[in-house]
Ligand binder design. Structure first.
Ligand code: NAD
Length: 484
């Protein structure tokens, strides 16, 4: 058994960095070193470094939350090395030690060290995977929500939040005549660069309006679309790594084989040559985002309620059932895809089949309960726009209408065997209350303009939706799909 660290690298029998890590110098500061950053952006840099490139783009991780102390402890003990384990659908594990993270700072203990690193001219990119919550967006107004940022807004305060650090560092760089870094959000938020810019500028404006102007005028915020399913690491993952490969790693990362990163070429200066390791560098990320929302995300909704009602509990079970696969491909091909603008460089047919393969990977163990949760955030953003565009163009909507009906049926709160369904949604009470009247008033569920706009008054949609709902009630989900 070998403990993972620099000294142990020679002794492990899995792929390790091919480069001399002592020659790697920091160029990126990353906030939010969790599973996803380590499976995605750090992996791409590691691949470049293995080719002898980007050695001046080493990553310094920063954790700002109290719980990040654990990552600090593990990474420090391992010389910032960790194992990325790709889980193939046939059960094969493909491990590789990643070396692109060269340091990790725990901000609550080392705020000045974090600022020094951020202000250092060698830091040319500050990247973020701080989850949606880290952007402080008020979900109702879309404007900055300052709760949790009060301490950082006080004059002269030592920063505590990611926003506090980024803005203070930009102020210090400006004062010292050092050009600003590029802020690269890699969170799963449409228009992530736009959102980062808007929220950081609003925060900076509350501290110093001229700093906000500087940020808006001088700092680049590339948008990007990121994709790679990276579940939370479990003890079983740690045990499997040590049992199969003899590597003791305090916090390995597991992920699916697929990975995608579509990145807008909007950097303040030089950037790593990401395109040399498969990153798609583009002028406009939006078509790729729409592709992901309307094919990947909407398909998750297309499979989760119908799958659950049919008795399945995992996404891979559904996607190993031909009836469902045909339905999903039908949705994607006939309804989702016609609403997409051209997506340069992507073979959409291949992408659709790849999605089915990814969803069918039994190693990922994605639960339908997770996919069914917070539907009121998902269906209106991912599927309703497809329905609207298809209706406007006079094209097919029967599968999308069935997906909405399956949500309505799911929200009734009992499955086809009469077992209770735990509906998880911030609008749960309202949804369940409406859905329970589905049988006597078939339009009740979709008569909510906040969620569905005016779909309840579109005759074509209403016809398809009510027929689908009736069929779900009378013959159930599986037979409805068979009849489709
Ligand atoms: P994770 O829980 O492993 O890591 C999240 C990291 O963000 C932690 O370091 C945490 O401390 C930090 N963080 C959370 N809230 C913060 C805040 N308010 N301010 C500063 N830091 C904060 O999660 P993950 O799987 O790495 O996912 C992180 C993000 O990556 C997601 O929210 C999503 O936007 C994106 N992403 C994840 C996946 C995936 O499959 N896991 C796929 C695509 C994109």
């Amino acid at each position: 058994m070998t403990q993972l660290n620099t000294a142990g690298l020679n002794a492990v029998d899995i792929a390790v960095p091919a480069y001399d890590r002592t020659a790697v110098t920091p160029g990126i500061v990353h906030f939010g070193v969790g599973g996803f950053h380590r499976a995605h952006q750090a992996m791409y840099l590691d691949a470049l470094m293995n080719d002898g490139k980007a050695l001046d783009w080493g990553i310094v991780g920063v954790g700002v939350l109290p719980q990040d102390r654990r990552m600090y402890d593990v990474m420090s003990a391992q010389d910032h090395l960790y194992t990325l384990v790709i889980k193939h659908p046939d059960g094969t594990l493909e491990p590789r030690v990643i070396g692109s993270i060269v340091d990790y700072l725990f901000a609550p203990d080392s705020a000045e060290a974090v600022l020094d690193r951020l202000v250092d001219p060698a830091t040319r990119i500050v990247s973020l995977t701080i989850t949606e919550g880290g952007y402080h967006v008020n979900q109702v107004t879309g404007e900055l929500d300052t709760s949790g940022l009060e301490a950082d807004l006080e004059a002269g305060a030592t920063p505590g939040s990611a926003f506090g650090f980024v803005v203070e560092a930009l102020a210090r760089r400006r004062a010292a005549g050092i050009p600003p870094f590029t802020v690269m959000s890699c969170d799963n938020i449409p228009g992530n660069g736009h959102v980062a810019r808007k929220m950081l500028a609003a925060f900076a404006r509350l501290k110093d309006p001229s700093l906000a102007d500087h940020l808006e005028n001088e700092v680049r915020f590339p948008n990007c679309m990121v994709d790679r399913i990276t579940p939370v690491t479990t003890d079983a993952d740690r045990d499997a790594l040590s049992a199969a490969f003899g590597v003791e790693d305090g916090w390995p990362v597991v992920c699916e084989p697929f990975t995608q990163w579509v990145l807008e070429d909007d950097f303040g200066g030089v950037r790593p040559p990401y395109e040399e390791v498969g990153v798609q560098i583009v002028d406009d990320v939006e078509p790729y985002e729409l592709m992901k929302l309307r094919l990947l995300n909407a398909s998750h909704q297309a499979l989760c309620y119908l799958g659950y009602l049919s008795g399945y509990r995992y996404a891979h079970e559904v996607c190993q059932d031909k009836l469902f696969v045909d339905f999903l491909l039908g949705y994607m091909t006939e309804e989702g895809t016609p609403t997409l603008p051209p997506v340069p460089g992507v073979d959409l047919d291949r992408y659709r089949h790849q999605l089915i393969e990814r969803f069918a990977n039994p190693e990922v163990k994605d639960t339908l309960a997770r996919l069914c949760a917070e539907s009121s955030d998902r269906i209106p953003k991912w599927l309703v726009p497809v329905i609207r565009e298809q209706l406007a163009a006079g094209r097919e909507i029967k599968r999308s209408a069935l997906v909405v009906a399956s949500w309505a049926r799911y929200a009734e709160g009992t499955d086809e065997l009469g077992e209770p369904i735990v509906v998880v949604d911030r609008l749960r009470d309202k949804l369940v209350e409406r859905a329970q009247h589905n049988r006597e008033d078939p339009l009740v569920f979709i008569s909510d303009p906040d969620l569905f706009g005016d779909l309840a008054s579109d005759a074509r949609f209403v016809e398809q939706y009510t027929a689908a709902l009736q069929s779900l009630h009378e013959i159930g989900a599986r037979a409805t799909l068979e009849a489709l």
